[in-house]
Design a protein around this ligand. Structure first.
Ligand code: ATR
Length: 278
């Protein structure tokens, strides 16, 4: 590693398919920042040791992905409000003895929806599917957009109820639901379940969507996910999570470097890379 550069890593297990090095390298070129960004495979029980080692080597920050987002939350000495609300950390910034933990996933989703896709969340009726870490990470940033209502539905309804217990005191109507008990139509439906990984779709009624609805899957790939295919059949507008991936990276980059990269150019480039790999 050259001493003239600042160093960053993305930590995970597995990590070989992470697109973060490609994204951050593009951001650095664009903004003329002298930095390197590498993947770091860490054993599942080796997170704390890896962080100490990175700090000792003078690394400036890290992105953290599965399965370490809770470990990163615990190791942080300081947390941003959104990381505290998410209960998980995807971005660490090392500053002397301080380890700042942030979570940029939710704001990445909101920016992709509002800025890139032009979806108006204020006053809307939002359905969030799933109650795991991915869902929890986006709730506070969604509430900050002041929708009229946010319903969190999960296959295991108790988990949705437990999740919402963390988010009382907002001006937004909040409700936990099973898939079966959902009713009415939603302006925005966000799939934060891992159902797409098993090529399945959450078991919800197609009557929850209409032609004006916007359906967002946090997963992405070369082809539309099963959830997107299902929502397209209801003639809703669909979008996958590639933009969220790039926007969360841009938020991390800004936290570390104090400059905001142009995400649109990187989105176009990464989408074409995905298309070529299919
Ligand atoms: P993550 O960190 O990605 O959110 P997780 O914490 O394991 O991962 O949560 C996975 C989420 O996807 C859960 O909400 C899970 O529902 P349950 O709590 O009922 O298990 C949901 N999920 C996974 N596969 C699903 C499927 N085939 N249909 C619907 N929901 C599914």
């Amino acid at each position: 590693m050259s001493q003239a550069h600042d160093h960053y890593v993305v930590i995970g297990n597995p990590i070989e398919h992470s697109k973060s090095p490609a994204i951050h390298t593009q951001f650095a070129l664009q903004t003329q920042q002298a930095l390197s960004y590498e993947r770091l495979l860490v054993p599942v029980d080796g997170f704390e040791g890896a962080i100490k080692d990175l700090i000792a080597k003078g690394v400036r920050g890290a992105n953290v992905t599965l399965p370490f987002k809770l470990d990163a939350y615990q190791i942080a000495t300081d947390l941003t409000p959104r990381a505290h609300a998410a209960g998980a950390v995807n971005t660490l910034k090392f500053e002397g003895d301080k380890i700042l933990g942030d979570n940029t996933d939710g704001v990445g989703l909101v920016r992709d929806l509002v800025v890139n896709a032009g979806v108006s969340l204020q006053g809307s009726r939002i359905l969030l599917l799933g109650a795991g870490g991915a869902a929890r990470g986006v709730i506070l940033p969604l509430l900050s957009e002041l929708p009229a209502e946010l319903v969190v539905a999960n296959r295991t309804v108790q988990k949705a109820q437990d999740l919402l217990a963390h988010f009382h005191g907002h001006l937004v109507a909040l409700a936990a639901s099973s898939f079966e008990a959902l009713s009415g139509e939603f302006d925005v439906v966000i799939n934060a379940t891992s159902a797409s990984l098993s090529d399945s779709v959450p078991n919800i009624s197609s009557s929850l969507l209409n032609k004006q609805s916007f359906a967002y899957d946090m997963m992405y790939g070369a082809k539309p996910t099963r959830f997107m295919q299902w929502a397209s059949k209801q003639q809703s507008t669909v979008r996958d999570g590639l933009g969220m991936l790039i926007e969360q990276a841009a938020e991390s980059f800004e936290l570390w470097r104090g400059v905001r990269p142009d995400t649109a150019a990187v989105y176009t480039w990464l989408r074409s890379q995905l298309d070529q790999s299919s």
